[in-house]
Design a protein around this ligand. Sequence first.
Ligand SMILES: Nc1nc2c(ncn2[C@@H]2O[C@H](COP(=O)(O)OP(=O)(O)O)[C@@H](O)[C@H]2O)c(=O)[nH]1
Ligand SMILES: Nc1ncnc2c1ncn2[C@@H]1O[C@H](COP(=O)(O)OP(=O)(O)O)[C@@H](O)[C@H]1O
Length: 394
Amino acid sequence: MGEAPAFLVDDLQDGPLNGLELTNGTCKTTTTVGDKTYVTVGADDGTLSIDVQIFDPSLGEWVYPTVLGTKPLSCKGHSTVLFENRILVLKKGSKPDDQIWFLEVDTEYVRQQRKKLGTEVVAWSKGVIGNAEKPIVISGPSGVGKGTLISMLMKEFPSMFGFSVSHTTRAPRDMEKNGVHYHFTEKSVMEKEIKNGKFLEFASVHGNLYGTSVEAVEVVADAGKRCILDIDVQGARSVKASSLEAIFIFICPPSMEELEKRLRDRGTETEEQILKRLRNASAEIEQGKSSNIFDFTLYNDNLEESYERLKKLLGLNGFVTASPKSAAPREINLPMDHSVSKLDDKIIINCISSGPDKESKNLIMLDVSSLKGGAPGRTRGLDFHVIGSMDQLS
Ligand SMILES: Nc1nc2c(ncn2[C@@H]2O[C@H](COP(=O)(O)OP(=O)(O)O)[C@@H](O)[C@H]2O)c(=O)[nH]1
Ligand SMILES: Nc1ncnc2c1ncn2[C@@H]1O[C@H](COP(=O)(O)OP(=O)(O)O)[C@@H](O)[C@H]1O
């Protein structure tokens, strides 16, 4: 907390100056939420991120909140409008996939984090036009064949599926590549990142830490692919409780003897590690079968048959030979000069483009009626419609 910088106090007294580009290369907006005023400040050099300060009149003080999520880099100005419990931030002069951001000020996630951290909290989330397909969570005891089935799926449908690369503190196996099979990491580093909210879920499994970062799932969806997560039952439970909507599949071995044989034949673990994994397997199978987490249980007896059943579960019947052509992603491409406002429950963007001999005005309606996800990941489900254009001779 601290005293307001003089220029901000003056501006607040003068009323909101939305999207005002200041002469010293900064742009700031003010948005009132309840009795608090949120100020976003960006520099136009593209290196710093957009900064957030809150003026709380009940305290008569400025509050510097804990800022969660990936922050947007500042740009050649930005404009804001309040939409429910988040501030929509439109960046000027940025790439199409970097123009729409949400600063969550009072969403469920922000309220939870505020309680947990005991500080004022805001959280950033990048807005994405269109939806992602539901991720697929695959769990099952060590050696049951999760990795084998996932590899088969990814090999047959490379453009349809992408793997969520987890972080782990376990040592890499001979054939494993950092960043491909896992992000191999130090325990102290991972613990710090967990505290900083980097992970969607994490768990201690067979004596090591494993976790799915928010980014691991989002980058797969950003690439237009369906994300596959190979995580243990504790992780599946955490994902089930999160805002991520997924399909949950539990893979079961035909017998404990066969599971032991597969683990031993794989030859990647020491005897001690094999025994630990087998000890944990019975509890995992018990939980997998009895909990309400999983939508499907798949017995991995004969590999080819199990794979066919897996494909059927995912709606990939025998006729699918390649990824269906997904509709080309729609991108919103805002001109430098635009302003944003709210009309009833609609967001209207007023765009002005100047050509060599004329100036054209476009009205775009941003459809925010079915948003999915949110901080600390992306806010998906946005759509837009051009609702009017007006060409003017200059
Ligand atoms: N909760 C959680 N579990 C994970 C994650 N990544 C892997 N696991 C699980 O950790 C366990 C051990 O994985 P691994 O060391 O690769 O051994 P393997 O299953 O025998 O191949 C498996 O049950 C994985 O599903 C993760 O990000 N989060
Ligand atoms: N249906 C199956 N029948 C026989 N062996 C299998 C089958 N599925 C997988 N395997 C083998 O079992 C071992 C463990 O499989 P893996 O995919 O590494 O398991 P997980 O990822 O669940 O730990 C591997 O050597 C794999 O080739």
